[in-house]
Design a protein around this ligand. Structure first.
Ligand code: C2G
Length: 142
């Protein structure tokens, strides 16, 4: 009889992460690199302009099409899509067959209930850099 192999062991591990990635900076790059290192395939949900407006009360500096193009061009990224709502993570995890959800630790604890759908990992943020601080620095308001 042929030996049976376990598919659980040989299927590629898909990691999913989310973000706005506006005014792309090295903190964004580091979280994407660390997320990619946790699996074989990295899928990134880039927040829609409308989601950002709802959440942060302002339009991102770069449009969702531009932010998607930047993230899609990164070496560790295999696939990108537009994240339309913060509440759809479970659906996106299923749609992209994700084994691991990675979020920055500014979201620590927020997505623990998805632990029945996939592994949930929070990574520490890169210190001392943020889109907001960059905008303030460039516009001379800090
Ligand atoms: N990040 C980081 N270090 C920084 C800044 C950001 O590790 N200094 C990480 C964040 O923790 C996040 C990713 O980079 O994992 C993207 O950051 P944002 O664009 O600020 O994403 P956010 O608006 O928090 O995402 O479903 C989540 C939403 O898409 C919102």
């Amino acid at each position: 009889m042929p030996e049976t192999t376990s598919h659980a062991d040989d299927h590629p591990r898909t990691v999913i992460t989310f973000g706005t990635f506006d005014v792309f900076h090295v903190g964004h790059l580091r979280v994407i690199e660390r997320a990619a290192a946790l699996g074989d395939r990295l899928v990134v949900g880039v927040s829609a302009d409308a989601l950002n407006l709802r959440k942060k009360g302002r339009e991102p500096v770069f449009s969702q099409a531009e932010r998607l193009a930047i993230v899609a061009a990164l070496k560790p990224v295999d696939e990108v899509f537009v994240e339309e709502s913060l509440e759809l993570k479970r659906e996106y995890i299923a749609q992209y067959a994700a084994d691991v959800l990675v979020m920055g630790d500014d979201w620590a604890g927020r997505f623990d209930e998805l632990g029945d759908a996939c592994e949930v990992v929070y990574l520490p943020r890169t210190p001392a850099i943020s889109t907001t601080a960059l905008i303030e620095k460039i516009s001379g308001t800090s």
